[in-house]
Design a protein around this ligand. Structure first.
Ligand code: SF4
Length: 341
């Protein structure tokens, strides 16, 4: 896949007061990206699109460079203590993107340039929780890799946590342009996670993302660089041939991971589910979708605030769980399966 090049960029004027803002402004101009200004990174007008699909596609090619205001970080329970605000959205178009319901109709890519202030706040939280370790999640609102070659935000963050005894960082990506991070001084304090799926599922539903083989190869390089590794396998689908497909994914991983990466490995397993709201969003953006979203075939699981989910029937869930956990314990006996839902 080619690196992400925005079709247009918007800057908050204040972003130019920060070194990274200035650097990005010059880089984007050198790349001939049309740059204009916006009063606020939260209300960006000027992204074209007459239909929801067009607006979505144009937003996915729009980069907004801003200053993160306010000091508080959102909580990120149970996986981490706080979300670390670095950026939002990503240029890919996975039909079941977990951000689709939170980023609105125009999910433009936003990057924050006041990284030093963001680190200061992270230090405050670490001090408050000392001597306990504090965990920060860097991908709660984005896939941070596609813009990394422009911003260097992840590299700075990984090295920042590498130098802090009481801070730990984690993020997840479906992307494979990870080379700039391989030589980072991570000190084992960042868990580098990849979101994976069966090759056929990626091909069908995860538009503009690297293939399964490319992601697995990237994970192999990250393992060689000594990072603690993790994998989210999601969403797991139940379809004819699903066992062979998911077995091939795990075999590909098995072939790539060096022995010393296996002692500290985590897996998170999430079966396919949807809410009414997510289904409507998906149908708006991908009217031809073939995602299995027939409510009558699913079990309804009541959720908070009326957002119930349609999950697989209990016998299907049990079959998936037994198969996946069985394969994982045979192939990666030291790995920790953090959860299956
Ligand atoms: Fe959403 Fe991740 Fe796909 Fe980007 S790569 S569209 S953030 S699911």
């Amino acid at each position: 896949m080619k690196p992400f090049v925005p079709k247009r960029a918007f800057f908050e004027p204040k972003a130019l007061e920060y070194p990274l803002g200035k650097e990005l402004y010059e880089k984007l101009q050198d790349m001939n990206v049309p740059v204009s200004f916006t009063g606020s990174h939260n209300r960006v007008t000027g992204i074209p699109g007459k239909t929801p699909q067009e607006a979505f596609r144009e937003a996915k090619r729009t980069m907004v460079v801003g200053v993160r205001k306010g000091t508080d970080f959102a909580s990120c329970k149970p996986s981490a203590h706080y979300q670390l605000p670095l950026n939002t959205s990503c240029p890919s178009m996975c039909e079941y993107c977990y951000l689709a319901t939170t980023l609105g109709k125009k999910p433009y890519l936003r990057v924050y340039v006041n990284i030093e202030e963001i680190f200061e706040q992270a230090e405050t939280y670490m001090r408050e929780r000392a001597p306990e370790i504090t965990w920060f999640e860097g991908a709660a609102t984005s896939d941070p890799i596609p813009t990394e070659y422009l911003t260097g935000l992840l590299l700075k963050t990984i090295e920042f946590f590498g130098s802090h005894k009481l801070g730990r960082f984690r993020f997840v990506t479906k992307h494979d342009k990870i080379e700039p991070l391989l030589s980072a001084r991570h000190n084992g304090h960042t868990r580098f996670r990849f979101s994976l799926n069966a090759a056929a599922v990626i091909e069908k539903y995860e538009h503009a993302t690297p293939s399964m083989a490319e992601r697995v190869a990237a994970a192999g390089k990250v393992a060689q660089a000594g990072y603690p590794l993790g994998f989210i396998i999601a969403p797991i689908f139940y379809f004819p041939g699903w066992q062979e497909e998911y077995a091939s994914l795990l075999e590909a991983l098995d072939a790539q991971l060096p022995d010393d990466a296996r002692a500290d490995l985590t897996f998170e397993l999430i079966s396919h589910r949807f809410t009414k709201r997510a289904k409507n969003n998906i149908l708006d953006l991908f009217p031809e979708t073939t995602l299995p979203m027939e409510e009558s075939e699913r079990k309804y699981k009541y959720g908070q605030f009326g957002y119930g989910k349609y999950i697989y029937q209990p016998e299907v869930m049990a079959e998936i769980k037994v198969f996946m956990e069985g394969k994982l314990s045979a192939m990666f006996p030291q790995a920790k399966v953090e959860y299956f839902v």
